[in-house]
Design a protein around this ligand. Structure first.
Ligand SMILES: O=P(O)(O)O[C@H]1O[C@H](CO)[C@@H](O)[C@H]1O
Ligand SMILES: O=c1cc[nH]c(=O)[nH]1
Length: 350
């Protein structure tokens, strides 16, 4: 390489570092200041269809997160949140919070651990890293729906602008290599309907499960097939209300069907485009859609259900696989924060 080329490269690199540092400084300033109080007074959150009776509550107690609107200044503490990342377990979300901190250029003393804001409630975990809020949601639609209600109220009270929600999970793959990452294109319930059923006053209400097509496209564009070393695909997800019978496993405590019925079921759903099964995507998609929040579900397959029911991968392998959805979502967040991208999409039109 010529000296001149080298000099040019160094100059370019210096410029890049300078501009990144500037963005990081802006980010830190924004976090330190929280929401400008004056601005916050005039602003409303960008969420739609919120409960009109919330205005009557003073305080509103977010019981499962150990937060209340009188004790916490929501705009100040949560006003800068732009990304809400959710996953089943507390340890995954703490790990992601620590990972995303480095990814977005924030630092913490190595001897210090992130604080779980919701620890005292002993239900879910909640970690805040600058504009990223990380929450665990437990197992199943009822569990994720409770924490989603409370997270949406946080966004609403904090007057958050255009937050984007992600679920990063594990799942059973249907006919795909374990370790594959699946971005959900459609979230279907156990009857293959693109709805989330909520029974209110004994009547079932069917709410559409709509995920952001823009976000799916954007996430797909951030995969690096040649260097990632695994596939990332988009496909339909079946959301089941149970891990065993609803997912047609033969290894639950009860089993009223025969192996050939299991095979027929898995092949049938595979033929209809289902590539994976998990347990929260319909509630996640419907609830975020109801508030017009763009959202995406990214799960790693930890077994191929056409080959068995038991999860036989080692703990090390599972840990490594769990990182895959996290890396993709981190790339998205990094791009939005530093790539000059705009998250200006809502989840109401598709
Ligand atoms: O890995 P998480 O996010 O918990 O997701 C999947 O794993 C759990 C079952 O083991 C269900 O919650 C399912 O949706
Ligand atoms: O098979 C699986 C694996 C993870 N999560 C599920 O719900 N099912």
């Amino acid at each position: 390489m010529e000296c001149k080329d080298l000099e040019n490269d160094v100059c370019e690199l210096k410029e890049m570092v300078k501009s990144q540092n500037k963005r990081i400084d802006e980010l830190i300033k924004h976090i330190k200041e929280g929401c400008n109080q004056l601005e916050a007074k005039e602003l409303k959150s960008s969420l739609f269809n919120m409960n009109p009776y919330l205005e009557c509550l003073d305080p509103d107690i977010l019981y499962h997160l150990n937060l209340d609107t009188r004790a916490t200044n929501f705009p100040k503490v949560f006003g800068d949140v732009r990304f809400v990342c959710m996953g089943g377990t507390e340890s995954r979300m703490e790990q992601f919070a620590t990972f995303i901190m480095t990814e977005i250029g924030l630092k913490m003393n190595k001897a210090v651990r992130l604080t779980n804001i919701a620890a005292e409630a002993h239900r879910y975990s909640l970690f805040k890293v600058g504009p990223v809020l990380c929450a665990s949601h437990g197992i199943g639609n009822p569990s994720i729906s409770i924490v989603l209600h409370e997270l949406l109220k946080i966004m609403h009270y904090a007057k958050c602008q255009k937050p984007v929600f992600f679920r990063m999970g594990t799942c059973g793959g249907i006919g795909i290599e374990p370790g594959t990452v699946v971005i959900t294109s459609e979230a279907l319930d156990g009857q293959l309907r693109a709805v989330y059923e909520v029974v209110i006053h004994t009547e079932p209400q069917l709410r559409p499960t709509v995920l952001s097509k823009d976000l799916i496209r954007e996430l797909k564009s951030l995969t690096e097939p040649c260097t990632d070393g695994y596939d990332t695909i988009a496909g339909k997800t079946m959301c089941c209300n149970d891990f065993y019978e609803s997912q047609s496993r033969m290894d639950g405590a009860f089993c009223d069907y025969k192996p050939d019925q299991r095979t027929e079921f898995l092949k049938r759903i595979s033929m209809s485009g289902v590539v994976n099964m998990e347990m929260e995507s319909t509630a996640f998609a419907a609830i975020t859609h109801q508030a017009c929040i763009p959202a995406a579900v990214v799960c790693v397959t930890i077994l191929n259900r056409l080959e068995g029911d038991q999860i036989e991968a080692s703990c090390e392998r599972l840990k490594d696989w769990e990182l895959r959805p996290q890396k993709l979502i981190a790339r998205y967040i990094h791009k939005v924060l530093y790539g000059g991208d705009d998250t200006d999409s809502s989840n109401c039109d598709s």
